[in-house]
Design a protein around this ligand. Structure first.
Ligand code: FAD
Length: 405
């Protein structure tokens, strides 16, 4: 593409911010990011995520994207008083002999991917995170020292600040109503209320759970499903100070539960409930939905019984946050099939967002230098699938994404 062509990125969550930064870092001078939101509050999934960044995925492409993201997040955090990413490690607690055996296999898998991991005994697992590891149930665990905890809002702000330094412009309070096309090619966007037509050589959609709504305005179907997910906090604890996190992230793979410290509170999430899809609409103003006690309560009760810091504790906010899933757990990254001028960076996690930004920027600018085979992330890879198959496969994998991430 011509160096002078305008690129519009729609969405300034962690993914859009990363795409913009990488486009500018590769030397593209005309990049503008549009978002409905203002510069402070993040109404999308990024603003709700507890920030687990785990690299040792069963899916090698996700591991590559996560490793690259960790490198970017560490670089952004270097020297910061309040780093948006801390490499505190991740402890996967084994509560069954089969999981402990799996941990040994995971060490080998990690070695092949260049991710250090080792098996720890029960006492070491408890010592790593006494408030979060159940001494009565832990048989041992897998420790991954280079994993870490992001503060996703601060991380996105750091990506945006870096992008602005590299010349990217951000237009806040600018909701996009539709993609504009001429002769089958996307030529820009139309803003929602004023109906302003902003022209561009290329448009990148990075609007997370809102992706299907905007893509449909150019006749593009996104093979993804939005799902609702519970996360809860304890009330503030007098014995804790403002230190965001002082030990590893803790995961219980057998129970699909995960937990961490957030300053004066602890938090946990669970996948042990039936998948709960959500149909996005233009009117949806936030990724946080009302808490669905009928679907989430049993899962959270079981999780609080498992994690010591939650047992008998005063509880705080319980949230229902929405994020996007694909049928194969990989994000949608690359050109929209059959619609020149339109690019997608959708259904990515915080864990992979920086790698996704690098991948998309290199593809769009045709550098020939990508992190993973573009075909593996190609948005058109499910074109032969019916809507029903996409939806049922993605939802059927809801608990599987716990393992994939
Ligand atoms: C409860 C919960 C727990 C999670 N836990 C983790 C975790 O531990 N680790 C992890 O890696 N991931 C986690 N995730 C997933 C992760 O948060 C998301 O996958 C990721 O933040 C998506 O980022 P995004 O930039 O694509 O989308 P978003 O953060 O949703 O950003 C999209 C942006 O697009 C803007 N936008 C939407 N429509 C328009 C429009 N028409 N015009 C202009 N702008 C528009 C929105 O305002 C928003 O700012 C979790 C998510 C939830 C909800």
């Amino acid at each position: 593409m011509a160096a002078g062509d305008e690129i519009l990125v729609v969405g300034a969550g962690v993914v859009g911010a990363s795409v913009a930064l990488h486009l500018a870092a590769l030397g593209h001078e005309r990049v503008t990011v549009l978002d409905t939101r203002g510069p402070e509050h993040l109404p999308g999934s990024t603003g709700l995520a507890p920030g687990f960044v785990g690299q040792l995925s069963a899916t090698p492409e996700l591991a590559v994207l996560a490793k690259d993201s960790v490198a970017t997040y560490l670089a952004l955090s270097a020297g910061a008083d309040e780093p948006p990413f801390r490499q505190v490690g991740c402890l996967e607690v084994a509560t069954t002999p089969a999981r402990l055996e799996q941990a040994h296999a995971d060490v080998e898998h990690g070695r092949r991917l260049g991710i250090e991991a080792y098996v720890v005994d029960a006492a070491t697992a408890v010592a790593h995170a006494p408030a979060l590891v159940d001494a009565g149930r832990a048989l041992g665990g897998l420790f991954i020292p280079t994993d870490g905890a992001a503060e996703p809002v601060a991380l996105t702000k750091a990506l945006i600040a870096e992008a602005e330094r590299a010349g990217v412009r951000f237009r806040w309070n600018t909701p996009v109503g539709a993609l504009e096309s001429e002769n089958g090619r996307v030529t820009g966007v139309r803003t929602r209320d004023g109906g302003e037509h902003l022209r561009a050589g290329h448009v990148v959609l990075a609007v997370g759970i809102w992706g299907p709504v905007l893509a449909a305005t150019a006749g593009v179907r996104l093979p993804m499903v939005d799902v609702q997910h519970p996360y809860m906090f304890t009330a503030e604890r007098p014995e804790l100070d403002d230190t965001p996190i002082d030990g590893p992230l803790v995961r219980y793979p057998d129970q699909t539960v995960y937990a961490r410290r957030h300053g004066r509170r602890y938090g946990l999430g669970s996948y042990a409930h039936r998948p709960l899809p959500l149909e996005p609409t233009e009117d949806l103003t936030s990724a946080e939905r009302p808490f669905v006690a009928s679907d989430f309560e049993t899962a959270l009760d079981e999780a609080t019984a498992l994690v010591p810091a939650f047992r008998g504790a005063r509880l705080g906010h319980r949230l229902n946050g929405v994020f996007a899933m694909t049928p194969d757990e990989l994000p949608l990254v690359g050109p929209a099939p059959g619609v020149p001028g339109l690019w997608l960076a959708e259904a990515s996690w915080v864990t992979h967002a920086a790698g996704v930004g690098r991948q998309l920027a290199n593809q769009l600018l045709e550098t020939g230098d990508t992190l993973v085979d573009p075909a593996r992330l190609a948005p058109g890879r499910f074109d032969a699938w019916s809507d029903l198959k996409v939806r049922e496969t993605a939802l059927g994998n809801y608990q599987g994404i716990y393992d994939a991430h």
